[in-house]
Structures are given as structure tokens and as C-alpha cells.
Design a protein around this ligand. Structure first.
Ligand code: HEM
Length: 257
């Protein structure tokens, strides 16, 4: 069976991640969850609040930085998103001293949540929560594009395009819309999936299935060592991914096909 490179390297111990984290997983059923498989998995493993409520912004920054090796502009961008939701919650609760958010807030359409998701149905005005639940058929669709047992940038580009074509024809209201900001966000999610959960642009199908369907970090998963995931490297992957996903969608194939 193919293994993701992250599960074949020497285990990393850090302030967030240790061997116990993998055994601490609990199903998130009945708890508050988000459209993001990573944040849901982090809650399921108890790295952030299992309830999915009152996620401290400082704790999330620490988890992403010390636990998963993210830093620089990429970390700041992710944390700006989290901070926006925490600010909204501060206002709603009229509690200026708090700095936390709840996972379901992330469903707000057009902030981070967007059309063309890989694993969720798209949001509609009649059913704003439609984009919350995982869709196992969609996940199987994504996995069916794997190459030699691995999800790759190419696999995601083909599945993203298939999803977009289906959404463009679905007749639901409002019509599907993916502004460039959301395309960039979606490309960022692809890169996080294949570099943080996978490694070097590859994620073994069994590991992808575990992460996306159970929202559980795969057996043997080891986060990158701090400093290993350079901002320039991730930024370049994101740029290439936006171009690849758009090219495949418009022309039906990659330049190299
Ligand atoms: C290492 C960190 C992270 C990883 C690996 C990750 C991974 C992903 C992936 C792969 C998706 C795409 C799911 C799909 O298309 O169906 C996604 C979606 C999303 N993520 Fe994350 N994520 C991370 C951090 C964050 C953070 C810090 C936030 C905000 C505080 C966030 C918010 C979201 C939201 C709102 C979506 C839904 C987008 C959509 O498909 O409409 N993520 N994430």
C-alpha cells in the first residue's frame, strides 16, 4: 500500500504533537464542526477544543506554528481569517476581553467558505448549512482521480474542475460564483492538504480517506519539523496551483497532458 512520505519519517515531538495525539481521536458527531477538515480533525484529536466552541485564537496560532510548522505570511493569512471570526464573536457577545470563535462561524459564505469545494456540497440561499457536512461521494470522486495511489496537484485540479462544471449546471440559487480571491483560497487549501497533511505534493489515498472522511490524522502521521515548510515554497505552490486549476477547468487538460 502507498504511504504518504509524512508517515515514513522519524516521529517529531513538539509542544503540540506527540505520539498520544494520534490515539486521542474521537468522532466529532454531535459536536460543533466547520467546513474545514483540518480544524475538524484538530478538534477530534483534542488539539483544539473538542466541542468546536470557543477556539482561542492564540491556541490555534500555536497549534499551526509549533505543531504543524507553519510560519510567516501563510500563518499570518490563516490567522487573519481566524481573527476576523473572533472579532465578530467579540461583537456578538459584547465581550471585548474574549478572543475566540466557534467552528460553525466558518460557514459564512464568501469569507473563506467558497463554491467549488472538494468535499462539500455548495452553499445555497435556501440552505446555508448545506456546505457543512462532509459528502463521502464527493470525497470518493476526488480519490478516483488519484495517480498511482496518491492524490497529487493534478488529481485535485481535475476533481475541482468536475465539481465546478457540475455546480455551474445545477440551477441552484444563487448561481455558482468563484471570485479570484476564492480561487486563491481554494488553491491554498489544496497546497495545505498536499504539503501539511501530505508531503511534497503527495498524499496516499488511504491517508486522504482517513483525513477527509473521518477527520482523523492518519496512522503514523508526523508533522513537518518547524522551519521546514518555507513561505516562499508554499507561496510558489499556491501560485502554480491557481494557474493549474484554472487551466484544467478552461481547457479540460494540463499543458503537459
Ligand atoms: C494546516 C492548516 C489547514 C489545513 C491543512 C486546511 C485544509 C483545508 C482543506 C483541504 C480544505 C478544502 C476542503 C474542501 O474543498 O472541501 C479546507 C477548507 C476550509 N478551511 Fe482549512 N485548513 C487549514 C487551516 C485552516 C484555518 C486556520 C482556517 C480558518 C480559521 C480554515 C478554514 C477553512 C474553511 C472555512 C474551509 C472551507 C472552504 C470551502 O471549501 O468552502 N482552515 N481546509
Amino acid at each position: 500500500m502507498s504511504r504518504t512520505p509524512s508517515s515514513t519519517v522519524r516521529p517529531v515531538q513538539n509542544a503540540v504533537w506527540n505520539a498520544n495525539v494520534l490515539t486521542q481521536w474521537r468522532d466529532g458527531q454531535g459536536q460543533e464542526r466547520s467546513p474545514c477538515p483540518f480544524l475538524n480533525a484538530a478538534a477530534n484529536h483534542g488539539i483544539i477544543n473538542y466541542s468546536g466552541r470557543e477556539i482561542q485564537v492564540d491556541r490555534l496560532r500555536h497549534v499551526l506554528n509549533a505543531g504543524f510548522g507553519l510560519q510567516g505570511k501563510i500563518l499570518d493569512t490563516l490567522m487573519n481569517g481566524a481573527q476576523d471570526f473572533a472579532n465578530k464573536e467579540k461583537q456578538r457577545a459584547q465581550d471585548s476581553a474574549s478572543n475566540h470563535f466557534n467552528l460553525e462561524q466558518l460557514l459564512e459564505h464568501g469569507v473563506i467558505e467558497h463554491d467549488g469545494s472538494l468535499t462539500r456540497e455548495r452553499h445555497t440561499s435556501a440552505d446555508p448549512k448545506r456546505a457543512l457536512a462532509r459528502n463521502n461521494a464527493a470525497i470518493d470522486g476526488l480519490l478516483s482521480h488519484a495517480e498511482n495511489g496518491y492524490l497529487t496537484y493534478s488529481s485535485v485540479a481535475y476533481w475541482r474542475s468536475a465539481v465546478r462544471h457540475k455546480e455551474e449546471k445545477d440551477g441552484l440559487q444563487p448561481p455558482t460564483s468563484i471570485p479570484w480571491k476564492s480561487k486563491l483560497t481554494a488553491a491554498g487549501e489544496t497546497v495545505l492538504l498536499l504539503e501539511v497533511i501530505g508531503r511534497n505534493g503527495k498524499l496516499a489515498v488511504a491517508d486522504a480517506e482517513c483525513f477527509l472522511k473521518q477527520e482523523r490524522f492518519p496512522d503514523g502521521f508526523t508533522p513537518v519539523k518547524p522551519g521546514e515548510l518555507g513561505t516562499t515554497y508554499l507561496g510558489w505552490q499556491i501560485l502554480k496551483t491557481v494557474v493549474r486549476e484554472e487551466y484544467v477547468h478552461r481547457f479540460g487538460k494540463q499543458k503537459t497532458d
